[in-house]
Design a protein around this ligand. Structure first.
Ligand SMILES: C[S@@+](CC[C@H](N)C(=O)[O-])C[C@H]1O[C@@H](n2cnc3c(N)ncnc32)[C@H](O)[C@@H]1O
Length: 286
């Protein structure tokens, strides 16, 4: 296994998505934070645990894990995105945390040392592996015997309209092809129950369990026009219609934003736009 296998993702998370995620980290935490909190609750980190946070991004969960395993435990965040790791280090220093570190690496193939961690955790960072069995085998080997793997990943697209409704509206507006079936690395790569269970068992993990967590996602905070237009702009810039949107004249951009807002308007409430989302809380043991 070589780093090249994930080179598309390395490029994506460094050059395209990474800077946007750094700029919008608070929004990401608002959208996915509650799912991550439930995953951490399920993982039950305790003082003394050695923890690996896979695809840690800007490090929000690494900081929570480090606090949970203090004073004698330690959390290590690993990610392929240099720009997100830089932000993670900055936020950890600002929070005054010392029992954590962030390393640049590919969780699929980089050696982390055998029998090392009590917990391997991830909030939406395990769906991007070119070879998931190899990745979970590698992560499993880094667990001490009896150590636990806990991660949260998205369920099927139909159960996540908060993501798919705006994306489909944007693609329709710019007459781009709809996304193909959920194959290969991407947000829905681990959405099918039996597929995930099979991958983990093939990677040698035991006691595999998937539990549904379904909740409303606060897609837009605030229900005023400017709130919605800011959200629609960000959504278009961050999605597959990005190039078409940015290259369009301002009146077309405004129509695209209005179209996106219209697509989610049925979900508007006083404080913003809330839409359903669903994920798997996955756990296994070495
Ligand atoms: C959807 S983001 C989640 C980030 C973070 N866990 C959060 O919840 O904010 C996915 C993360 O996985 C990272 N990633 C993708 N492939 C990876 C790999 N092979 N090894 C390590 N990190 C990876 C990306 O760089 C990105 O930071």
């Amino acid at each position: 296994m070589t780093l090249d296998d994930n080179s598309d993702q390395v490029h994506f998370w460094n050059e395209l998505a990474g800077p946007l995620w750094v700029a919008h980290q608070n929004e990401t935490d608002r959208l996915t934070g509650p799912f991550g909190e439930q995953a951490i609750e399920r993982a039950q980190p305790v003082d003394g645990d050695q923890v690996l946070d896979v695809g840690c991004g800007c490090g929000s969960t690494t900081r929570v894990l480090a606090a949970a395993v203090a004073p004698s435990g330690r959390a290590i965040g690993v990610d392929v995105s240099r720009v997100m790791l830089e932000q993670a280090r900055h936020s950890a220093a600002a929070a005054g945390l010392t029992n954590l570190e962030f390393i640049e690496g590919d969780a699929q193939c980089d050696p982390f040392g055998n029998d090392r961690f009590d917990l391997v955790f991830s909030r939406f960072g395990t769906m991007f592996f070119a070879d998931p069995v190899a990745a979970f085998f590698n992560l499993g080997a880094s667990l001490r015997p009896g150590g636990r793997l806990t991660f949260v990943c998205w369920r099927e697209p139909a159960l996540n309209p908060w993501m798919t409704v705006p994306e489909r509206a944007a693609l329709r507006f710019f007459e781009l092809d709809p996304p193909g079936a959920a194959q290969g690395p991407g947000p829905f790569a681990l959405s099918a129950h039996d597929h995930v269970a099979g991958l983990l068992r093939a990677a040698g993990l035991a006691e595999v369990e998937l539990v549904t967590v379904a909740r409303e996602v606060l897609v837009v905070e605030g229900s005023e026009g400017p709130d919605l237009h800011r959200w629609a702009h960000h959504r278009l810039v961050a999605g597959p219609a990005r190039v078409r949107y940015l290259e369009s004249p301002t009146d077309v951009q405004a129509r695209a934003r209005a179209d996106l807002i219209e697509a989610v308007s049925v979900h508007r409430s006083d404080d913003g736009v809330r839409m359903p989302g669903a994920a798997w809380l996955v756990s296994a043991r070495r």
